[in-house]
Design a protein around this ligand. Structure first.
Ligand code: SF4
Length: 368
């Protein structure tokens, strides 16, 4: 099956990255919470003993020489989480010391936000980028959501604004609009429904329309268009991590590693997807490795994810072309500790906008 796709040019209106609800320190003002004393961060025998079981989990991906730097932060963060009644949500692309040693919940952005709903924590610290923290806030409006570095953006989320969506609606009256969850609350408030990389085709077809506007990832849009008869109007956004992979690079890896299984995220260009053995969301890729246990695998996605899966699947050899997401890497243990000590930087979303954005996310959840 092969659908049609038309790509709308970007920058129909000037791109404004985080419109209307900027939480950068300059705008956020002082925290409304009382700061706690900054813990002593000396690496002592006691810290080594306390954190030894956690180091066991990551010793295959973190050299021993690095652990004395991480361990005092790990111990302090895990203690402060209890004091603040906080949970840490870590996206699959977070570094192993965050993902394995301080996170309470791990997964993709929507999994995390939904898991947080079931938690009785008062505070959510988002190990991930800004749109993920917003999604957590949308689904947990009565909890305090902190992002350790509000500059942690995303090339997909920043490619489009709510104003762009309104212009598209004027240009294509009556055509329903689907937004990938990798968008700001400002955009989610303007669309009919959200989708993830795992349910995108199902969401598009659920609308019962012969044409659908699908935002903002042009490659996910192309990959969806190949699986449906619905005509797709896309947007020229892309993930700066996944678009860097090339089919020829992967063919070289396959030639150099006979028998390797290559699995990709659908944010990759279609010609990359074509040379892979499997394509799926981050959660589906992890499930593939954990259930099939290939001898050797290459995960065509952000670099840290292979480290995190490797720590959990001894016996599987990972070949790692390392494309890092610079935005995800803004989140570090020292910044997570700062967030818990000073209770900053809090995600605040205008309630009227949040109501409309939450409706788009909820409509997708209700479809499952
Ligand atoms: S990996 Fe890509 S989609 Fe994910 S946060 Fe980074 S830029 Fe955005």
């Amino acid at each position: 099956m092969s659908g049609q796709i038309h790509l709308e040019p970007r920058a129909r209106v000037p791109a404004a990255v985080l419109t209307g609800f900027d939480v950068s320190p300059a705008f956020a003002g002082p925290s409304r919470f009382k700061a706690l004393p900054m813990p002593d961060l000396t690496y002592t025998d006691e810290i080594a003993r306390l954190t030894a079981p956690l180091y066991e989990k990551v010793k295959s991906v973190i050299p021993p020489v690095e652990w004395p730097f991480h361990a005092p932060y790990v111990a302090a963060i895990n203690r402060l989480k209890r004091e603040r009644n906080a949970v840490i949500l870590a996206h699959n692309y977070q570094t192993p010391e965050i993902y394995n040693c301080v996170a309470d919940m791990v997964g993709d952005s929507l999994q995390l936000a939904r898991m947080a709903v079931a938690s009785e924590a008062d505070v959510i610290v988002q190990g991930g980028v800004h749109f993920m923290a917003e999604t957590s806030k949308l689904l947990n409006p009565h909890k305090t959501v902190l992002i350790p570095d509000s500059r942690a953006g995303c090339s997909l989320a920043s490619s489009i604004t709510g104003a762009d969506v309104r212009l598209l609606r004027q240009r294509y009256p009556g055509v329903p609009v689907v937004a990938y969850v990798n968008t700001s609350a400002d955009v989610k408030a303007e669309v009919d429904i959200c989708c993830t990389s795992s349910n995108a085709v199902k969401v598009v077809e659920s609308l019962g329309a012969d044409t659908v506007i699908f935002l903002p990832d042009q490659y996910l849009a192309r990959n969806v268009a190949r699986q449906t008869k619905v005509r797709i109007i896309g947007w020229a956004g892309s993930c700066e991590v996944h678009e860097r992979f090339t089919a020829s690079e992967l063919n070289e890896y396959r030639a150099a590693h006979p028998g390797i299984e290559i699995i990709a995220h659908p944010e990759c260009p279609p010609d990359v997807v074509d040379v892979c053995d499997f394509t799926g969301s981050t959660a589906a890729m992890i499930d593939y490795v954990q259930t099939r246990r290939p001898k050797k695998v290459l995960m065509v996605t952000e670099c840290s994810m292979a480290d995190n899966v490797a720590a959990e699947t001894p016996g599987v050899e990972f070949v790692r072309p390392c494309n890092l997401c610079p935005h995800m890497k803004r989140i570090t243990l020292p910044k997570i500790l700062d967030a818990l000590v000073y209770m900053r930087e809090e995600i605040i979303i205008d309630p009227a906008l949040a109501l409309r954005a939450r409706r788009s996310v909820q409509r997708m959840i209700d479809l499952r």
